[in-house]
Design a protein around this ligand. Structure first.
Ligand code: ATP
Ligand code: MG
Length: 560
């Protein structure tokens, strides 16, 4: 059971759709999620996925899963598979609506010929560099190409010859004929097609000219009957071109584009280029490294999809620039997991405590709840015997002020068990503390208060005789700076990598009940945080736990 799902939000796009349905501009809502298969999805994409798929769930419409594969690429198969897996894992279903922009290459070619026939597109024989040189700037108008006034027939023949492979790359392009003096640079006769003599991952060698994104996107939307084409703000200046193309052509539908701001998340990077660099330079262990902001990294770390959806709901949709604190995402994980996951005791950095007045060879099976607030999750038994492990940092000989854990001569409660007192500190030859010896108070079972004195502190522990050895991996923010690279020479974001973002504890001790834990099981390790078995490296013979998130947001302060 998770805490109640957040109510659907009523952001501006939601309101636009509501109005369009009311006014009859749209009969149903059709959206699409259009990733380019050139990297793994990250938490920013999740915002777009939750918006596009979420909003049609709410209004009973449809969402297309469309790969924007206008660029012939290598390696796209791995990326495509990972993208599909991630969208599905996030909880969304495109049913039969899995498409590729390349599915429409033939239709797009037909639309391009139609533009030529209308005198609204022409073949330009200038080089890319010459075209750039004539484009003008934000303050200066562009110049007409000398080929702008070719006849319709000549353009059509040239375009057909481009398709037939008669020209080399860069020799000709097809451009829209809009206006070279437009204040919007995107409208200065943008290139619609260019020659590329490379084979495409899906269409093979069928084509040697490929449509550009702006031409492809709106027409693919129209062919799929998309009503609301939702994208991020960098496409705002492209909207006039999106509209221009659709206004010239008879298409099965007339979609409209709406822009919202992209997610920026502190202490990480969300640019594909940077994420690829982290992987290729082996700064991380791969796309699914649990420190990566990729969906596959978050999944491997133990983030539940519900928490990511909750986060996307919480940050909302607007046009405002944002730079979200990682704590917002982490809180969504805590809120989701706290009511769901069972508790367990695990000691990360063990210190032996021998209970001298405990009967030799005796083990008591203590009874403890699996979850403090959810009795329906049942009970567990926790064995206690003469030697237990406690956390090294739960003992201090020179306690700082307010230290409520174990000190020489002091008492503390072992969680779910008795009050113990530390009587003696045992050291090795070099003076390191290797063991504590103490006594327990048999009258303090089941939370019973000790006679005549107050014991405030409670610590977690594991019985040494039945402890299960586990590996624990502690993850922290990948970057120390909130905006990686912002204050570095040349914006070098790698300079801000957090050297302590991963700590492996090869031998921690877990309570006996964790033996045989199945892959993908999550726990709250009491006082430590939320953890999940690593989906790749964990096995019943050698359990490996990833820390999903600490119990409290303590970044900036002590975090471990
Ligand atoms: P990059 O800019 O890093 O190359 P991209 O935006 O080009 O990434 P696409 O595969 O084209 O990556 O993205 C697919 C969809 O996800 C697009 O509609 C895009 O607007 C959206 N998207 C990408 N990044 C974010 C983000 N940080 N926040 C919200 N939406 C995003
Ligand atoms: Mg893109």
């Amino acid at each position: 059971m998770s805490s109640p799902a957040p109510a659907p939000s009523t952001h501006f796009i939601h309101n636009i759709i509501l109005d369009d349905l009311k006014s009859g501009r749209a009969e149903t809502v059709v959206t699409r999620f259009p990733p380019e298969p050139n990297g793994y999805l990250h938490i920013g994409h999740a915002k777009s996925i939750c918006l596009n798929f979420g909003i049609v769930q709410e209004f009973g419409g449809k969402c297309f899963m469309r790969f924007d594969d206008t660029n012939p690429l290598k390696e796209d198969e791995e990326y495509e598979q990972s993208i599909l897996e991630d969208v599905r894992w996030l909880g969304f279903d495109w049913e039969e609506r899995l498409t590729h922009a390349s599915d429409y290459f033939e239709q797009l070619y037909g639309y391009a010929e139609e533009l030529i026939q209308q005198g609204k597109a022409y073949v330009d024989s200038l080089s890319a560099e010459e075209i750039r040189g004539q484009r003008g700037t934000l303050t200066e108008p562009g110049e007409d190409s000398p080929y702008r006034d070719r006849s319709m027939e000549e353009n059509l023949t040239l375009f057909q010859r481009m398709r037939a492979g008669e020209f080399a790359e860069g020799e000709q392009v097809l451009r829209a004929k809009i206006e070279m003096v437009s204040p919007n640079l995107n409208l200065r006769d943008p290139v619609l097609y260019r020659i590329r003599k490379v084979s495409h991952q899906r269409t093979g060698t069928a084509w040697c000219l490929y449509p550009l994104y702006d031409f492809t996107h709106g027409l693919s939307d129209a062919l799929e009957g998309v009503t609301h084409s939702l994208c991020t703000l960098e496409f705002e200046d492209h909207r006039p071109l999106y509209n221009w193309i659709l206004d010239q052509l008879e298409t099965p539908a007339r979609p409209r584009q709406y822009e919202f701001s992209r997610l920026n998340l502190q202490h990480t990077v969300l640019s594909k280029r940077k994420l690829i660099q982290l992987v290729e330079e082996k700064r991380v262990a791969g796309w699914d490294d649990p420190r990566m902001p990729t969906i596959s990294g978050l999944r491997r770390r133990g983030y539940p999809p519900e928490a990511i959806r909750r986060f996307c709901e919480r940050i909302g949709i607007s046009k405002a620039a944002n730079n979200i604190d990682m704590g917002v995402l982490e809180n969504c994980v805590r809120e989701d997991l706290d009511p769901k996951v069972p508790r367990a005791m695990v000691v990360l950095r063990p210190l032996k405590l021998t209970i001298t007045n405990w009967p030799e060879g005796h083990t008591e099976e203590l009874d403890a709840p699996r979850h403090p607030k959810r009795p329906e999750l049942g009970r567990r038994t926790v064995p206690l015997s003469k030697t237990v492990y406690i956390e090294q940092e739960d003992f201090s000989e020179e306690p700082p002020q307010g230290f409520q854990r174990l000190v020489p001569g002091g008492e503390v409660r072992l969680r779910n068990a008795y009050v113990v007192r530390c009587d003696e500190v045992v050291r090795d030859g070099s003076g390191n503390i290797v063991e504590l010896r103490g006594t327990y108070d048999p009258d303090t079972a089941k939370g019973k208060k000790p006679e005549g004195r107050k014991v405030k502190g409670i610590i977690h522990w594991v019985s040494a005789s039945r402890a299960l050895p586990v590996e624990v991996r502690l993850y922290d923010r990948l970057f120390t700076a909130p905006n990686p690279g912002a204050d570095q020479p040349e914006g070098n974001f790698l300079q801000d990598l957090n050297p302590d973002s991963r700590e492996v504890l090869p031998q921690a001790w877990a309570e006996a009940g964790l033996a045989g834990t199945e892959s993908g099981t999550r726990f709250q390790f009491e006082r430590l945080g939320y953890f999940m078995t690593d989906p790749v490296d964990s096995c019943p013979e050698h359990p490996v736990f990833n820390r999903i998130v600490t119990l409290r947001d303590s970044w900036g302060g002590k975090n471990r």
